[in-house]
Design a protein around this ligand. Structure first.
Ligand code: AMP
Ligand code: ZN
Length: 464
C-alpha cells in the first residue's frame, strides 16, 4: 500500500517515496529551551511522532534528527529583539546554560509522558557552531551575504524562488511591514546568518567567528544540523505551521544557495493549537498551558492529550478547552476499559490480526495520517463481532502507531470478571432499551465501587 502525505512545498498530497529505498531521513525542528513547552508545541511533536511511527509501520527505517534551540532565537520578528535564552536567564536569575539544560530536561520528560519516541539524534545549536560558521562561509564565498552594523545577512533577492514554500506575496508583505525593521537590510525578508554581540555587552553565549564575536542566526542551525546528520539532500522536514513563512523559507534559501541542490523533498507542517477565540498559544504570552499544569497536577493521564490530538486531523487547527480535555480523558478511559476487558477475557490469547480491519487502518494512516479516521476504525473493531482474541491482536498492533500504551496496561486494573459480566448485561439492556434493568445493573456496578458514566458513545465504567 502506498503512503500519501501532504507536502507544503507542492501544496498537495503525493505518494511518499524516500531517496534511498526503505530508509527515511527525518528532521524535526525542536524546542527553544527558554521555558517549558506548552501543549501547542506538544501538539506538533505528537504529530511528528505519529508520522515517524507510520513510516516505521510501513517498513521504513527512520533516522530522526531533532535539534535543541539553545541560542539565536530572538524575541522579535525578523532578527529584532533579544535572545530568548538570555531573556530566560534574566527572568530566573540563572545562566543561559543552566536555563537551556533545565528546560531540555523538562522537554524530554514531557515527551516521555506523551509516549513520543525520542529521536535517533539530539543535537544542540551551541554544539554545532563550527558547522554553522562553515556553512555561512560557503554562502559568503558564493556572494549571498552582506554586512550591516549588527551582523552578516543573507540577501534573499539573490535567491530565486524565495517564496516557493510560503507562496507569500512579498509586495503586500512589504507594505504591511513593521516600522521596527532594520534600516540597513536590503530587503525586508533578508535574515541574519551571524549576529554580533552588541557593542560593550558581553553575552553569556558568544563565539569568535570570521566576522566578529557574536552568535548564529536562528535559521542557520537547522540547515547546518540537518546536513551534518542526514546529508545535503533529504527526505522529510517538519515543524509547526508557524514556521512556514520565515524559519523554513529561510532554511530552504540558505541551504539550496549553499549546495545548489534541492534541500528536503517533503515539507510537512502541523496546524496550530489555539486558545478560545482562535488565538495561537505562544510561549511569549507567558499564560500558556503546560502538560504539568493542565494534566499531571490535576491527576489526568497525560496520554489523554495524545488521545485528544488524534480527534483533529493534524492539518486542521485545534482549539483548546477544558471540555475537550475532559472528553479525551473519558474517551481514553473507555478505550482502556475496553482493552482491559479483552485482556482478561478467557479467549484473549492467540488471535490472528484481523486482515480487513488492518487494511482499513492502513488506508487511514496512509491517507496523510488521518487519525480521526483511525480512531473510528478502532471503535469499529472493538464493537465488531470478531473474537476477543482477534480484537486484542488488532488493537495491540494498531497501538504501534497510536502509542497509547495499550500493551502495557496494568492487568491489576482490569475489571474483575463478575463486573465484566454486569457491564456486558447492562450494555445489552441499554441496546434493548430496557431502562429499568439498565438502572438496576448500574446500581449493582456502583455497589462494587465503580463509577458508571453514560454518554452518546456508550457506557464507561471507571475505577475511581
Ligand atoms: P519553539 O519551542 O517555539 O521553537 O517551537 C517548537 C515547535 O512547536 C515548533 O515546531 C513550532 O512550530 C511549534 N509550535 C509553536 N506554537 C505552536 C502552537 N500554538 N501549536 C502547535 N505548534 C506550535
Ligand atoms: Zn528549525
Amino acid at each position: 500500500m502506498t503512503l500519501n502525505l501532504y507536502n507544503t512545498l507542492t501544496r498537495r498530497k503525493a505518494v511518499f517515496s524516500p531517496l534511498f529505498p526503505d530508509f527515511v531521513g527525518l528532521y524535526t525542528c525542536g524546542p527553544t529551551v527558554y521555558n517549558f513547552a506548552h501543549i501547542g508545541n506538544l501538539r506538533t511533536f505528537i504529530f511528528e511522532d505519529v508520522l515517524k511511527r507510520v513510516l516505521t509501520y510501513n517498513g521504513f527505517a527512520v533516522k530522526h534528527v531533532m535539534n535543541i534551540t539553545d541560542v539565536g532565537h530572538l524575541t522579535g520578528d525578523r532578527d529584532m529583539g533579544e535572545d530568548k535564552l538570555e531573556k530566560g536567564a534574566r527572568r530566573e536569575g540563572k545562566s543561559a546554560w543552566e536555563i537551556a539544560s533545565f528546560y531540555t530536561r523538562a522537554f524530554r520528560q514531557d515527551i516521555a509522558h506523551l509516549n513520543i519516541i525520542e529521536p535517533s539524534v539530539w543535537c544542540r545549536a551551541t554544539e554545532t557552531i563550527a558547522d554553522q560558521i562553515a556553512l555561512i562561509r560557503i554562502l559568503e564565498e558564493k556572494g549571498y551575504t552582506y554586512r550591516t552594523r549588527d551582523g552578516l545577512y543573507f540577501d534573499t533577492a539573490r535567491f530565486k524562488d524565495y517564496t516557493k514554500l510560503s507562496h507569500q506575496n512579498l509586495e503586500a508583505l512589504q507594505e504591511g511591514a513593521r516600522v521596527e525593521r532594520n534600516p540597513e537590510k536590503r530587503n525586508m525578508t533578508d535574515f541574519a546568518l551571524w549576529k554580533f554581540s552588541p557593542p560593550g555587552v558581553q553575552r553569556q553565549m558568544e563565539w569568535d567567528s570570521p566576522w566578529g564575536v557574536g552568535f548564529p542566526g536562528w535559521h542557520i542551525e537547522c540547515s547546518a544540523m540537518s546536513m551534518k546528520y542526514l546529508g545535503d539532500h533529504l527526505d522529510i522536514h517538519c515543524g509547526g505551521a508557524d514556521h512556514v513563512d520565515v524559519h523554513h523559507t529561510n532554511e530552504i534559501a540558505q541551504s539550496e544557495a549553499a549546495t545548489g541542490k534541492p534541500f528536503f523533498n517533503f515539507w510537512m507542517h502541523g496546524a496550530l493549537l489555539n486558545i478560545a477565540g482562535g488565538k495561537k498559544m505562544a510561549k511569549s504570552d507567558e499564560n500558556f498551558l503546560t502538560l504539568e499544569t493542565t494534566f499531571l497536577k490535576k491527576g489526568i493521564n497525560p496520554l489523554a492529550y495524545r488521545y485528544a490530538a488524534f480527534q483533529t486531523h493534524y492539518r486542521k487547527p485545534m482549539e483548546y478547552s477544558e471540555e475537550s480535555v475532559a472528553a479525551a480523558q473519558n474517551g481514553l478511559r473507555h478505550l482502556y476499559n475496553q482493552v482491559r476487558s479483552l485482556k482478561t477475557a478467557p479467549t484473549a490469547a492467540g488471535g490472528g490480526l484481523p486482515a480487513d480491519f488492518q487494511a482499513k487502518f492502513c488506508e487511514a494512516i496512509n491517507d496523510d495520517l488521518n487519525m480521526p479516521r483511525v480512531m473510528a476504525v478502532v471503535q469499529e473493531l472493538l464493537k465488531s463481532s470478531l473474537s476477543d482474541a482477534e480484537k486484542l491482536a488488532g488493537i495491540l498492533d494498531f497501538d504501534r502507531v497510536l502509542g497509547l500504551g495499550l500493551a502495557s496496561l496494568d492487568q491489576d486494573d482490569a475489571l474483575p470478571e463478575a463486573l465484566r459480566k454486569l457491564v456486558d448485561q447492562r450494555e445489552a439492556a441499554r441496546a434493548a432499551r430496557n431502562w429499568a434493568l439498565s438502572d438496576q445493573l448500574r446500581d449493582e456496578i456502583q455497589a462494587m465501587g465503580y463509577v458508571v458514566q453514560d454518554s452518546r458513545d456508550g457506557m464507561q465504567v471507571i475505577k475511581p
